[in-house]
Write a protein that binds this ligand. Structure first.
Ligand code: PRX
Length: 677
């Protein structure tokens, strides 16, 4: 068993404002920019922005329900709601009660009916230079066929459908087809292992899983379906596996259970009207990491989610659907992809770029090449990607014409001011506002963000809550709001795209988010600081969740995968600050008996994690130890491990069962650092 997470959190998040000295390799102009504290929206941008009157904040704060209702009115409703918000049973809030709609109808049919069938929804690019332009009309036609095919397979309204697909157009079709017939989808990021998929299918009792023969990654094709088969065999609830033939990889098909996507589409009725669904009908489940090894099934419903993502996508990105080309360089398997590759952009009739691969294949300039080729005007990506580009050098973007860009965004982790400024200068040519957007799988849509035509930005701050959202920083000890200073981030008002519960785990939902400060105050799980201007600086997680390259992982989940290795006696995992990936996973491991930690043991453990979770969760460092720092009652002190790893003072350790353990570990870390240097 993995060691249970204890309560020695919160962590001591690192302050990011110290990060103000120019990085080696940044030129002197950039160093000068570091001195500038605030960046006002450029006058030209402000004049043409959809929102440029700051009174929008007060207007929304005066009557948030009216503000959100106004946003919801931009959607197509079969039947309008009778009541905006039902807050009679917090934290189980309901939005747009009595209203009926369909997400797929909102993303497709209404645009086609408005004469936009020929507009490109996605310019899709494959790793090996393949290209497909998919119009709204074509997407609708394929979604209808696949929705019919799912019905033919026996999928009914309310049945959960798993989706485990790479970044190919079929993943969008699959999601929208589910939405069309009211079958909540459960997408699993393609980087997760088949084991992780199985677990998520089991927890959600998925009836059908849609996957692929093989997936491309940096020039190699890996079989996917066969890996899935190896672990999925005995899952009783799973009735069918639909296989998209993407790479022509040979795979086994089990008769009666497995079907090919193209074959069932060809046999399906091309007509499939969008189901009229209640506003609170579940749209999807998305598993994310929490404090324990068991992932949390975040449940989003239809009306509020669509209102939240479409409004934030429109205003945060200042979207002009007739002229903009938008690119969110995330993966659809994460919430960023759900909200800002699929539902937000399609609801707003946007034209997007969709890229199958990695940012450095076939070469390190591929992003900039795609931006030039498609005249991309809005780019939304993760700070980790920006840091990687900084490392590769400005010569890659500098080779391309990036003058089409007018707005840049970041998401997923705090952005250090140096990376912000590089993004601003090298990519944005100093003319593009940057929106640093803070939000979570749970919040469904962007919560704290600049409005690019209104808000002056400060590198490293997500600035202010989006209109209609109310956030506070609370003192850890008293729970009192802090006007200026650091504490726990909370959201004090319900918002339409909030998670409704954890799938089939209402008690856990309350315990995780609504116990600390009561049933009406959402505990985010992040530490944040508010500055003298009321700007929010999100610092990092306060729980046992780590953020590696914007990928959210639980330390308990990784521990569990490590101790599953037969040679391991005990393990404790922490997140350590990392220049490239934001945080990196460090595992302290005790082997069984007299076993010695050598290179083969390191590989064995990393493999165990890759198999159970996915390659992206493999520990960067494994530190062998005979024992772990524990209290007298045997609880592992991860807080101490974090302090040891970061080289911080430890304070009093005399109450530990064996105080010697800490000094030995400190020695070990020093040795390792010397070796790495
Ligand atoms: O710690 C915060 C960090 O990512 C967490 C949410 O992770 P996830 O649910 O995977 O969603 C990521 C994409 C929305 C948050 O609790 N985070 C996200 N955006 C930012 C951020 N931290 C600082 N600044 C951000 N802009």
């Amino acid at each position: 068993m993995a060691s249970q997470p204890e309560t020695d959190t919160p962590t001591s998040p690192v302050s990011r404002e110290q990060d103000h000295e120019p990085a080696a390799g940044l030129d002197r102009d950039l160093a000068a920019l570091l001195e500038v504290e605030r960046f006002e929206p450029p006058a030209e941008f402000r004049e043409q922005a959809l929102l440029n009157d700051p009174s929008i904040y007060e207007q929304a704060a005066r009557d948030p329900q009216a503000w959100w209702a106004e946003q919801a009115e931009q959607l197509h409703w079969f039947r309008k709601w009778d009541q905006v918000l039902d807050d009679s049973n917090p934290p189980f809030y309901k939005w747009f009660i009595g209203g009926t709609l369909n997400a797929s109808y909102n993303c497709l049919d209404r645009h086609v009916e408005a004469g936009l069938a020929g507009r490109v929804a996605y310019h899709w690019y494959g790793e090996e230079g393949e290209q497909r332009d998919i119009t709204y009309g074509e997407l609708l036609a394929e979604v209808k066929c696949f929705a019919s095919a799912l019905k033919d397979l026996g999928v009914r309204k309310g049945d959960v459908v798993g989706i485990y697909l790479p970044m190919i157009p079929e993943v969008i079709v699959a999601m929208l087809a589910c939405a069309r017939i009211g079958a909540p989808h459960n997408v699993v990021f393609g980087g997760f292992s088949a084991e992780a998929v199985r677990e998520r299918m089991e927890f959600s009792e998925a009836k059908v899983l849609i996957t692929v023969d093989g997936a491309a990654r940096k020039g190699k094709t890996a079989s996917v379906k066969d890996r899935v088969d190896e672990v999925m065999g005995d899952l009783a609830t799973l009735q069918h596996i639909v296989v998209v033939r993407s790479k022509g990889t040979a795979c086994q098909m089990k008769q009666g259970r497995d079907v090919y996507y193209d074959e069932i589409i060809a046999a399906a009725d091309p007509e499939c009207p969008a189901e009229e669904l209640d506003a609170e009908h579940p749209l999807y489940i998305l598993y994310t990491s929490g404090s324990t090894a068991k992932p949390k099934g975040i449940l989003h419903t239809t009306g509020g989610y669509m209102a939240g993502v479409s409004a934030t996508h429109r205003y945060v990105f200042d979207l002009k659907p007739n002229s903009d080309v938008y690119w969110c360089a995330a993966d659809v398997g994460w919430v960023t992809g759900h909200s800002y590759i699929v539902y937000g952009p399609l609801a707003n009739g946007a034209t997007s770029v969709m890229w199958e691969g990695a940012p450095d294949y076939p070469h390190k300039g591929i992003w900039w090449e795609l931006i030039e080729r498609n005249r991309v005007s809005i780019l939304y990506c993760a700070p980790t990607a920006i840091r990687a580009c900084i490392k590769w050098g400005a010569e890659y973007p500098n080779k391309h014409d990036l003058s089409s860009l007018r707005l840049l965004g970041t998401v997923g982790e705090p952005i250090n001011p140096k990376a912000w400024l590089w993004y601003h200068k090298v990519i944005g040519g100093e003319r593009c506002p940057i929106v640093d957007t803070w939000w979570q799988t749970e919040t469904g849509c962007i919560m704290i963000t600049p409005l690019p035509g209104i808000t002056a930005t400060k590198p490293g701050s997500a600035t202010r809550p989006f209109p209609g959202v109310e956030a506070e920083v609370r003192a850890e000890s008293s729970g009192e709001p802090i006007e200026q200073g650091q504490g726990l981030l909370v959201l004090t008002r319900p918002w339409p795209s909030m998670l409704r519960t954890l799938y089939k785990e209402d008690e856990r939902f309350i315990a995780a988010y609504y116990e600390r400060f009561g049933r009406e105050t959402y505990l985010v799980g992040d530490a944040a600081r508010k500055d003298k201007d009321g700007y929010f600086w999100v610092i990092g997680r306060i729980d046992d969740v780590v953020n590696v390259s914007g990928h959210r992982l639980s330390t308990a989940e990784v521990e569990s995968a490590i101790v599953a290795h037969p040679d391991v006696a005990e393990a404790a995992v922490i997140g350590q600050h990392d220049e490239d990936t934001g945080q990196a996973i460090v595992a302290f491991v005790t082997l069984q008996g007299d076993l010695q930690g050598d290179d083969a043991a390191v590989e064995g453990i990393r493999e165990s994690v890759a198999e159970r979770i996915g390659k992206f969760a493999r520990p960067k460092r494994i530190i062998w130890t005979d024992d772990l720092p524990k209290t007298r009652s045997g609880k592992i002190m991860r807080r101490l491990l974090r302090d040891i790893a970061e080289g911080r003072e430890l304070g009093d350790v005399t109450t530990l069962r064996d105080p010697e353990v800490t000094s030995k570990l400190q020695e070990r870390i020093k040795e390792l650092q010397a070796q790495e240097a």
